[in-house]
Design a protein around this ligand. Structure first.
Ligand SMILES: *[C@@H]1O[C@H](CO)[C@@H](O)[C@H](O)[C@H]1NC(C)=O
Ligand SMILES: *[C@@H]1O[C@H](CO)[C@@H](O)[C@H](O)[C@H]1NC(C)=O
Ligand SMILES: *[C@@H]1O[C@H](CO)[C@@H](O)[C@H](O)[C@H]1NC(C)=O
Ligand SMILES: [Zn+2]
Ligand SMILES: [Zn+2]
Length: 348
């Protein structure tokens, strides 16, 4: 019963967490500030008079980017580094007045600074590629918003490949289109919340396992204690008083626990100190006091038992119950024997 109740409570708690998580996951969905947009980028390479193009959902729009379709030629900065942090960085533009994208490497300064330089030089868009060693990882950049400027991030491998092609004199153009909206990029709040949920569930599981183990250990100790006690009581002699015993004479003692005089057929228990009392009076007394009521001799200690007083009553009940069961099963055996011995008789 108790285990069932506990399970129900645990399931309630977990379902509460799940509901709360869904609520949190849905909240950013209705709030455009946290939405992330992917970018479809169609790159076209002109090798001689051949044209190769490559389309993929390879970019992520920056958080302050304009969300619209733009096309143009890709232009990296002049000079050794592609960081574009310095305001007098130059871009070698062709003769025409086409729209163009600045191709910039991440690092050296913040995104806003890079975009500002490119915008000052007249770029319509900014393509920033990630650090070396990050493969094709991308993320939504945080930067100041510039009116009408498209800002996307692409992976390092892709960015450096485009850069090398342009250096070889190949003309690369791109068409950037708004892709799909995503909310899977978790903010710090959601990440920490996910950790809390995982930790809580782990705690519940751990707690349950520990509780079960404790219960098993407790149960084993309990059984051992009962066995020890039964052994100990078994060592204490029992005697059934008979008519004519000296204890039954009018001058005989009363049991000091119940103050009744001893009668014939009373079962008495004789303690290690040789004092005796009614079995039904002394057994509970020893379990709760541990000592002889007459001489204070420590009976349980003498029998090698250490007992916590608060368990005494429960132990006593259990021992008495087992006594009852023992005598019942003894009766059962007798009946079985009768049946067995009766069987051949009825067959005849
Ligand atoms: C990519 O752009 C080129 C040049 O504008 C175009 O010819 C090609 O069809 C585009 N590819 C896709 C898949 O849209
Ligand atoms: C950019 O071009 C200007 C004018 O042509 C020149 O003075 C300047 O030094 C160049 N900057 C770099 C970083 O090359
Ligand atoms: C970017 O750097 C500039 C100059 O160092 C600074 O003024 C600006 O606050 C920075 N912006 C962000 C978003 O960190
Ligand atoms: Zn008594
Ligand atoms: Zn005694």
């Amino acid at each position: 019963m108790r285990a069932l109740k506990l399970d129900a409570r645990r399931i309630n708690t977990i379902s509460w967490f799940v509901r709360f998580t869904f609520l949190l996951l849905l909240t950013p969905n209705s709030c455009s500030a946290n939405a992330v947009w992917t970018a479809y980028i169609n790159m076209t390479f002109y090798v001689g008079d051949r044209m190769l193009s490559e389309l993929g959902e390879t970019g992520i729009f920056g958080k302050g980017s304009a969300l619209k379709k733009v096309s143009g030629i890709i232009v990296p900065p002049d000079g050794k580094t592609q960081h574009v942090c310095h305001p007098n960085t130059n871009f070698s533009l062709g003769k025409g007045r086409e729209t163009w994208f600045a191709l910039i490497e991440r690092g050296g300064c913040n995104f806003t600074q890079k975009i500002q330089v490119a915008v000052d030089k007249g770029a319509s868009g900014v393509i920033i590629y990630n650090f070396a060693g990050t493969g094709n990882q991308v993320f939504p950049m945080s930067h100041q918003a510039f009116t009408d400027i498209v800002v996307v991030m692409i992976g390092n491998l892709k960015g450096s490949k485009i850069f090398r092609l342009i250096q070889k004199g190949i003309r690369v153009t791109a068409i950037i289109e708004v892709g799909r909206r995503h909310v899977i990029f978790m903010n710090h709040y959601l990440v920490s919340f996910a950790i809390v949920i995982v930790a809580t569930i782990a705690y519940f599981i751990f707690y349950q396992i520990r509780k079960n183990r404790m219960a098993r250990i407790q149960n084993r100790r309990w059984q051992e204690l009962i066995a020890d006690l039964k052994d100990a009581f078994g060592q204490l002699q029992l005697r059934v008083l008979k008519e004519g015993d000296e204890e039954i004479t009018p001058n005989g003692d009363n049991c000091v626990i119940c103050f009744e005089p001893y009668k014939a057929d009373d079962i008495v228990r004789i303690l290690t100190c040789k004092h005796f009392f009614h079995k039904d009076c002394i057994d509970p007394w020893i379990l709760s006091h541990g000592t002889c009521p007459m001489c204070k001799c420590d009976i349980l200690k003498a029998l090698g038992i250490q007992l916590d007083a608060e368990y005494a009553l429960e132990l006593l009940q259990e021992i008495m119950l087992e006594d009852l069961n023992d005598s019942e099963s003894a009766n059962d055996q007798e009946t079985n024997n009768e049946v067995l011995s009766a069987t051949p008789y009825s067959l005849e």
